[in-house]
Design a protein around this ligand. Structure first.
Ligand SMILES: Nc1ncnc2c1ncn2[C@@H]1O[C@H](COP(=O)(O)OP(=O)(O)OP(=O)(O)O)[C@@H](O)[C@H]1O
Length: 470
């Protein structure tokens, strides 16, 4: 369990840290101010934060409350206030903002702090077990987070099931926003140790100077500031899954160290000569082309080949557009749950032609982009149900320009390019004129309106200058 102490007074941090050192399997992080706490929360898997209300010498400072609010909004970590103030108003404000508990600094002791931590630990263990059992009991015994029933998704689920049961490293590749994190969660839930931790490490979010100690831990005095011996992620994960996200961002030196762990199953803390066993499993994910990076010398080729064995490719959304209606319904349900009480409750509904329009669009940001788009629609579009007209208007007004039409054209162009026709430019020109003339029943002016060009252009293309049948 990772615990963050946030207090501007070093002495107060030392007291709490001393109490926590007597706890079981606790990793302690410390921050002296709000910015430092935010940075640690973004880079380390913090489970619990013990936060002082006032983070400066100014008694009116309420950075502690700001942090509690941010944690509740953006993280799953549990905030507990540790304060000198027994003023009822402060306590009420803290609890209203989302603090899990409120401890008075005067009464700090092992007997008071450790039971709170044990309670949270066992609650988390149970929550993890329930989540994993639920995942196992989902339809077809597949974790339910991944929405989509297309053939491509069925293949992806099959690949996940095959690789998950082996206690071996897995490489998950796919473009940004395609669902790699959900795939890793499924691999863990279906793997041999689903009740052990799934520990995510974002290799791009940790400063290069800290990453070695974050991963492998360090001995006391290993470097300036290493006041205590500390376990790293390779220890904390126990028999679970160490999820190395954004693997391409791992510095070359740590790539070499990772390769060594994968080959030998052993690692050393920074500043130690003693090797330790790694009991977990590494699952890495990236949207980068590692093969290309290896050719350019920016990623170790030997590590790429070591990992590129059990590889799971998560396809872009554009390869599984049939899943879009189900994903839209999924995001609509999510949005509905989050509607503020002050807003008139409504469920977001789409007509069939609006869904078709969403399926014709390209989604370079993949499922994440679709989810964000539904979120914006929920807030800014009042149409009910949302039909293609409302959607087109929304796209033109809010999303800049007319991407729906442009995307439709792009799709049409792509399918033409796939056809076995010799001169595609002339062929499409002739086909467009012929089709427009047929639809306009031979009326050149009407055909020109359909084509969005001047009548003379139609006449030129038809190779005749006469006025025809008008
Ligand atoms: N098949 C899916 N079903 C439901 N939600 C999905 C699916 N795929 C992705 N999502 C959602 O889309 C968002 C992005 O997914 P995720 O974070 O897993 O992408 P990623 O591939 O890891 O992206 P990145 O490379 O940028 O980290 C998340 O909110 C996730 O829950």
């Amino acid at each position: 369990m990772n615990v963050l102490i946030v207090d501007d007074k070093a002495a107060a941090r030392a007291i709490l840290s001393d109490i926590l050192s007597r706890g079981d399997q606790l990793q302690v992080h410390e921050a002296a101010h709000l910015q430092e706490a935010r940075r640690i929360l973004a880079s380390a898997p913090i489970d619990l934060a013990l936060i002082d209300l006032c983070l400066s010498d100014d008694r009116r400072n309420t950075d502690g409350l700001t942090l509690v609010r941010e944690m509740r909004e953006k993280t799953t970590a549990i905030p507990v206030i540790v304060s000198m103030s027994s003023d009822m108003e402060s306590i009420r404000a803290a609890m209203r903002t989302g603090a899990y508990d409120y401890i008075l600094k005067d009464s700090l002791s092992d007997e008071l702090v450790l039971p709170i931590i044990h309670g949270i630990q066992s609650h988390q263990r149970l929550a993890r077990e329930v989540q994993q059992l639920r995942a196992r009991l989902g339809p077809g015994h597949f974790p339910s987070g991944l929405v989509g029933t297309s053939e491509v998704m069925a293949k992806l689920r099959d690949t996940i099931k095959r690789v998950a049961i082996w206690d071996k490293p897995v490489l998950v590749i796919g473009p940004t926003g395609s669902g790699k994190e959900l795939v890793v969660e499924a691999i863990h839930a279906l793997g041999p140790h689903p009740t052990e931790p799934l520990l995510p490490v974002n290799c791009g979010a940790i400063p290069p100077t800290l990453i070695e100690s974050e991963l492998f831990g360090h001995e006391r005095g290993a470097f300036t500031g290493a006041e205590r011996k500390r376990d790293g992620c390779f220890t904390a994960v126990q028999q679970g899954t160490l999820f190395l996200d954004e693997l391409a961002e791992l510095p070359l030196q740590q790539q070499a160290q990772l390769l060594r762990v994968l080959a030998s199953g052993r690692f050393k803390r920074v500043g130690s000569d003693v090797e330790q066993d790694f009991h977990g499993r590494v699952v890495a994910a990236t949207h980068a082309n590692l093969e290309q990076l290896a050719r350019e010398g920016r990623f170790r080729e030997d590590l790429f080949h070591r990992l590129d064995v059990l590889t799971v490719r998560v396809p872009p959304l554009d390869e599984r557009k049939e899943d879009i209606p189900a994903l839209v319904a999924h995001f609509c349900r999510q949005e509905q749950k989050q509607q503020p009480p002050s807003r008139k409750q409504r469920s977001l509904r789409f007509t069939e032609d609006a869904l078709q329009l969403l399926m014709r669009r390209n989604w370079p940001g993949n499922v994440r982009q679709l989810g964000n788009f539904i979120e914006r629609l929920t807030v800014f579009c009042d149409a009910d149900p949302i039909d293609s007209e409302a959607l087109t208007l929304f796209l033109e007004e809010r999303e800049g320009g007319a991407p729906a039409r442009v995307d439709g054209l792009r799709d049409a162009a792509r399918s033409i390019l796939r056809m076995a026709v010799p001169n595609k430019l002339d062929a499409i020109d002739t086909a467009l004129i012929t089709e427009a003339m047929a639809l306009a029943e031979g009326n050149k002016s009407a055909a020109a309106r359909l084509l969005g060009v001047h009548r003379k252009a139609v006449e030129r293309r038809l190779g005749r200058g006469d006025d025809g049948e008008e």
